[in-house]
Design a protein around this ligand. Structure first.
Ligand SMILES: Cc1cc2nc3c(=O)[nH]c(=O)nc-3n(C[C@H](O)[C@H](O)[C@H](O)COP(=O)(O)OP(=O)(O)OC[C@H]3O[C@@H](n4cnc5c(N)ncnc54)[C@H](O)[C@@H]3O)c2cc1C
Length: 300
């Protein structure tokens, strides 16, 4: 691996060559980033990307609550936005402006305190605004595209651009953000609501999650997208995969669309388990499950 200073342009923030991703992503598995980059602010990120060799890949990550990082690590630049990108402010018209690194719960809480309803579902999604905008994250019949007005992106060439909802190509758990584009901010809009009623709904969501999902485990959230008219967990269960194990990777007993790292699983074992589930579901029901978890990096 070459020294960062000889290849990468200067940055006001930090550059960690071989920076660990397993330290913070939810599964706690996988190899390092070739360079883990944490910009100071939008201008810093924009200048860095504009000067970065165009042949180097750039991949943004949030908190890795929907990621399998392969064991060989991630070539190129991985961008993780620091706390300075996590501000949440309220604007007129029941709007909430949030930085790309703000957590869903922080956005939902800010909206509640300002009497803005409709963002409660973000309480249950343990990821960042950047991840939610990219993944069109959703729960309880709502998704990011239902509340998004516009998002500010830093494109791969360093250009800063505000894109309205209509330009983001949203479908179920999918957006058409340009390759390498980094969500640095999002503007959401809700409707007027009573803070105590919003709080009750958020508490209900939290309790329901606690009862139905392995929240305290090393996991990656929903593994497969729900196929049209069905639920991925039901198909996984029907195919007899609840509790299925490869090494220390296991299909959760509590919610069988979640995979778990029981302790010392490798990313290869987790991914292989997912593929085995897909094979068994296909054999049982004829349905090909599509991965929802993003798999990044190279195999060891
Ligand atoms: C216990 C649990 C429960 C979950 N429940 C739900 C649920 O109900 N509904 C749901 O939709 N998801 C759910 N998830 C999955 C996950 O929380 C969401 O997909 C979330 O939006 C991912 O956010 P993140 O910041 O962790 O993104 P990461 O997992 O780090 O990344 C996911 C994708 O987003 C991209 N990305 C991340 N940050 C940025 C950025 N700033 N700019 C551009 N792209 C970016 C990454 O490149 C990657 O492609 C759950 C996960 C867990 C662990």
């Amino acid at each position: 691996m070459a020294a960062a200073s000889s290849i990468l342009p200067p940055l006001g923030g930090t550059i960690a060559p071989g920076g660990s991703l397993a330290d913070f992503i939810w599964f706690r598995t996988g190899g390092p980033a070739e360079w883990l980059v944490r910009p100071k602010d939008v201008e810093d990120l924009s200048r860095f990307l504009a000067a970065l060799d165009a042949s180097l890949p750039v991949l943004p990550v949030g908190v890795g609550s929907n990621l399998i990082v392969r064991d060989g690590g991630v070539p190129g630049v991985v961008v993780r936005l620091p706390k300075s990108f996590a501000k949440v402010t309220i604007e007129p018209g029941n709007r909430v402006r949030a930085g790309g690194a703000a957590m869903g719960i922080t956005v939902a809480s800010g909206a509640r305190d300002a009497g803005i309803a409709g963002l409660e579902f973000l309480r249950g999604i343990p990821g960042t605004v950047g991840g939610a905008v990219r993944m069109n994250a959703g729960a309880y019949g709502r998704e990011a595209s239902d509340i998004l007005v516009e998002t500010t992106l830093v494109l791969r060439d360093g250009t800063v651009e505000v894109r309205p909802l209509e330009a983001l190509g949203y479908t179920y758990r999918h957006s058409e953000l340009p390759e390498g584009a980094i969500v640095v901010e999002a503007l959401f809009e809700g409707v007027p609501g009573d803070p105590s009623e919003i709080g009750v709904e958020m508490d209900r969501i939290a309790a329901e999650r606690e009862a139905s999902q392995p929240l305290r485990s090393r996991t990656g959230g929903s593994t497969f997208k729900n196929p049209p008219g069905d639920k991925a967990w039901r198909l996984v269960d029907e195919a007899g995969c609840r509790g299925l194990q490869i090494g220390d990777a296991q299909v959760s007993e509590k919610h069988c669309n979640f995979l778990l790292n029981l302790g010392s699983a490798s990313s290869a074992e987790i991914e292989e388990l997912g593929e085995e589930v897909r094979r068994r579901v296909k054999a049982k029901s004829g349905i090909t499950l599509e991965w929802e978890i993003q798999r990044i990096g190279v195999k060891a």
